[in-house]
Design a protein around this ligand. Structure first.
Ligand code: ATP
Ligand code: 2PG
Length: 317
């Protein structure tokens, strides 16, 4: 049996297909910011919508009706483009789990952007590929795949190739490739699980490299890969010192291996270009998040059109 919210709150109750919850201005504001509204404005709009419903005597409202109300409210306040994006996002998220993969070399900011994006989109799970790597380490022995027990930029040290001719193959990159392969198995199984459960998720880290994931995944329109980079070496270096101040990851280790990390950065960017995967210069957090949202909205538009036709609006709200 569900919770009897009426007995514990006098808030309007919002009901979905399988659950009910008290009206949350924060949740509504979040879906408005995902559609492009400024956070400060979004909270005020959410507050105003709640007040209008209260004034009209609502005690409960279905999610579909609320969506409709929000949409028309936005139109009457001249937020046409946000209104359309808001509807598009609700329509897509209602039908599909969304899987966002954020890749990039160590230190370019994948986890920072992934967490910001998750909060804007209301996606409850962010998993770092470092954690997946940790799980894979427990299931694959060090003797079998020693590269897995290294970092992405030191994996080359475990290669079993005595003298590698750098003109034929770059040992740092070969080490990196061998390092990410077993982690990809874990990433793919996590994606399978999310698809089966219908749960949206963001997976981030240096093990997300375009061209390495099976086509089965890259061809799904609700799986979106984005690569982050930093062209400026100076800025990239600074990120390690900034991180060292708030975490237990010493910057010396990353600075010592900086040349290799930069090589990996270039390698990931090249693979992204080859595979038509969008690349974002992660200079400012807010701008990177905005760009990610633009890329995701574009994909949603495509998904929506392929499902409903150019003007199809059979399930508008
Ligand atoms: N756009 C940005 N502007 C300023 N600082 C940023 C930005 N993105 C990330 N940072 C900071 O840079 C540092 C490194 O970022 P983060 O830990 O997210 O990197 P990462 O790509 O996840 O690295 P790793 O793969 O090694 O875990 C952090 O201190 C973070 O706060
Ligand atoms: O392998 C790496 O590039 C990083 C990624 O976060 O991990 P660590 O430096 O902790 O081994």
């Amino acid at each position: 049996m569900g919770i009897d919210f009426k007995s514990i709150t006098d808030k309007i109750i919002v009901s979905g297909k399988n659950y009910e919850m008290p009206f949350s201005k924060g949740l509504l504001a979040r879906s408005l910011t995902a559609a492009g509204m400024k956070p400060s404005e979004a909270y005020m709009v959410a507050k105003e919508i709640e007040k209008t419903l209260e004034d009209e005597g609502y005690e409960s409202i279905t999610k579909d009706e609320l969506r409709k109300r929000v949409y028309y409210y936005l139109l009457t306040k001249n937020y046409e483009s946000i209104a359309e994006k808001y509807l598009l996002w609700r329509r897509i998220l209602k039908k599909h789990p969304i899987i966002i993969l954020i890749g990039g070399a160590s230190g370019v900011g994948t986890s920072t952007i992934a967490f910001e994006l998750a909060s804007r989109l209301g996606i409850p799970s962010v998993i770092g590929t470092d954690s997946i790597r940790e799980v894979m380490r427990r299931s694959i022995s060090k003797d079998l795949v020693p590269m897995l027990y290294e970092s992405s930029y030191t994996a080359w040290k475990s290669l079993r190739i005595p003298s590698l001719d750098d003109n034929v193959c770059d040992k740092h990159i070969l080490g990196f490739e061998r390092h990410i392969e077993p982690v990809l198995v874990g990433i793919e199984s996590l994606i399978d699980r999310s698809l089966t459960e219908g749960l949206s998720i963001i997976i981030e880290g240096t093990h997300i490299v375009p061209g390495f994931m099976k086509e089965k995944y890259t061809s799904m329109p609700n799986i979106i890969t984005i690569i982050l980079t930093l062209s400026s070496e100076k800025m990239h270096k600074k990120r390690f010192s900034a991180r060292a101040k708030v975490s237990a990851r010493p910057m010396e280790r990353y600075l010592k291996n900086f040349e290799i990390i930069r090589k990996i950065n270039q390698y990931i960017v090249d693979r992204a270009k080859e595979n038509d995967v969008p690349i974002i210069e992660n200079v400012s957090i807010s701008q990177s998040v905005e760009k990610c949202l633009e890329i995701i909205t574009e994909r949603f538009n495509y998904l929506d059109k392929t499902e409903n036709g150019e003007n199809g609006e059979d399930d508008m709200y």
